[in-house]
Design a protein around this ligand. Structure first.
Ligand code: BES
Ligand code: ZN
Ligand code: ZN
Length: 492
């Protein structure tokens, strides 16, 4: 997992050490020879003279080795060390000669427990930022694939390894989510997606797949309607993690929208940016990534993931605007716009989850509305809930890992906007306005037994053309860290 070295490796291309805001560092292990120490001190003296206060600065220790000085603030907030790790990666990535680095952890802080925790966060951020998705590149592969191998110098090897275990599990979950979201839609369709999910059974996750025939028999017609135009079969998959065996505790349930491609169906989307709709399965990918990390870190809880996997295509067999479907709940839905398909998939998945698992709570994740991007942009996911306690815990858990959410209202008065004249409910609001709220209000109608429920609209968060502190741009994996933290802080 992590690799360590007792002293500076002769062949490594770089060396890094932490200093405090006054540029003071500690060398409790005598790692720095007199010669190196002199060079560092001279460099620091120059920095001080120029009154430089940069987070990361560097100089040539020798012809073949660079030295990086990472400045650590005295006062910091949550996720500071993760972001420091991320920005450190960005910094060294730009040096063409650097492919291996020794990082001197013990220069960070004095207390060994604190050091192990903070350093694990630093490495976690470094790893998250170093993610790449380049399996389809055939040209310049070495250049793009450039991986920076790091070795850790520390006398607290065991302590750091123990601390990092948790972060390793989360990282694997985040990377799986990013991989799934990044795959092109001709590769990841409901059929191949099921195969990917099944691979998780080797971690002890119990996986059950429901195919079209079974879903039809059960009556999940709202979900099935979305897939009618596709040559690929639709599926519902359940992933059960029983980390608290023998306990009678109700499971925690996580439901994800898995529209592998959203053309809009007969209510076809415009061509420009339609390719982005490959990430309309991101909600489901977060659920799958979350379950992977729960299994890897052997979380002591019972959790279940439920994903509805479909492809929304036009075609001779496709659902039409005006069609009425009978959902799994028994309620009838008038499909006025086939592009408002996520809520149809989730409606059945939510009722199914409630009926089959009677969970403690349900949290669903979906790239549900373009309107949430208008409201919150790429900074906050929309949060909707029928339960203040659940909502508050999600809000707090999200702040701690800097995956931010903002609560928007649900209210019965919005119901009139989605009451259908000839069915129980219609799938869009023709009066206009409150696009994300009416979508959430629609979902709420399919929570039949008043189960505490929260809906995260992640349309603005799942994918970003721009890089951010902890991702290189592209699929973000937003939600995996948030939900892991929610479980760790409130339910384990
Ligand atoms: N998958 C889209 C929402 C979306 C838009 C996600 C942009 C990510 C980026 C969803 O299925 C959709 O098409 N929603 C419509 C709803 C409308 C027809 C009521 C929308 O937001 O325009
Ligand atoms: Zn759509
Ligand atoms: Zn969609």
């Amino acid at each position: 997992m992590l690799s360590f070295t007792p002293s500076l490796s002769p062949n490594s291309t770089a060396f890094a050490l932490f200093v405090n805001e006054k540029y003071a560092y500690r060398d409790t292990r005598g790692i720095l020879t007199k010669d190196i120490e002199n060079k560092i001190n001279l460099f620091i003296k120059n920095l001080k003279a120029k009154n430089h206060k940069e987070e990361v600065s560097s100089f040539d220790l020798s012809e073949k080795k660079k030295c990086f000085i990472i400045m650590v603030k005295n006062k910091y907030e949550n996720s500071y060390f993760e972001e420091l790790g991320g920005s450190f990666f960005t910094n060294i990535k730009n040096f063409k000669t650097i492919n291996s680095i020794d990082i001197y952890a013990d220069s960070l802080v004095e207390n060994s427990d604190k050091l192990s925790k903070l350093f694990s966060e630093f490495i976690f951020g470094f790893e998250l930022k170093s993610y790449t998705f380049n399996k389809y590149k055939t040209l310049n592969k070495e250049k793009i694939n450039k991986k920076i191998n790091y070795k850790i110098i520390s006398k607290y090897k065991k302590n750091i390894e123990n601390n990092y275990k948790y972060y390793h599990a989360i990282k694997e979950g985040v990377f799986l989510t990013r991989d799934l979201v990044s795959e092109p839609p001709n590769v990841l369709n409901p059929e191949t997606y099921v195969k990917e999910i099944k691979k998780l059974s080797k971690l002890g996750i119990k996986i059950r797949t429901y195919n079209e025939k079974e879903l039809k028999k059960l009556g999940l017609n709202a979900l099935l309607g979305v897939g009618l135009g596709s040559a690929n079969e639709s599926y519902l998959v359940t992933l059960e993690w029983n980390g608290k065996k023998g306990s009678k505790q109700k499971p925690l349930a996580f439901v994800g929208k898995g529209v592998c491609f959203d053309t809009g169906g007969i209510s076809l989307k415009p061509a420009r940016f339609m390719e982005e709709m490959k990430y309309d399965m991101a909600g489901s990918a977060v659920v799958v990534g979350l379950l992977k990390s729960l299994a890897l870190r052997k979380a002591k809880i019972n959790a279940v993931g439920i994903v509805g996997l479909v492809e929304n295509m036009p075609g001779g067999k496709a659902q039409r605007p005006g069609d009425i479907v009978k959902s799994f709940s028994g309620k009838t839905i008038e499909v006025l716009n086939t592009d408002a398909e996520g809520r149809l998939v989730l409606a059945d998945a939510l009722t199914f989850t409630e009926k089959k698992y009677n969970p403690k709570f349900i949290i669903d994740l979906a790239t549900l509305t373009g309107a949430i991007i208008v409201s919150l942009g790429e900074e906050y996911a929309g949060l909707f809930s029928n339960n203040d306690q659940l909502s508050n815990s999600i809000f707090k858990a999200s702040n701690n890992v800097n995956e931010k959410v903002w609560r928007l209202p649900l209210h019965k008065n919005y119901d009139k906007l989605i009451n259908s004249t000839i069915a129980d409910v219609q799938n869009i609001n023709y009066a206009g306005g409150a696009g994300s709220i009416t979508a959430a209000q629609f979902l709420q109608r399919f929570i039949i037994n008043k189960t505490p429920w929260a809906h995260l609209d992640i349309a603005g968060m799942a994918f970003s053309k721009k890089a951010a502190n902890l991702n290189p741009g592209g699929a973000t994996g937003f939600g995996v860290r948030l939900l892991n933290n929610l479980i760790k802080e409130y339910h384990e």
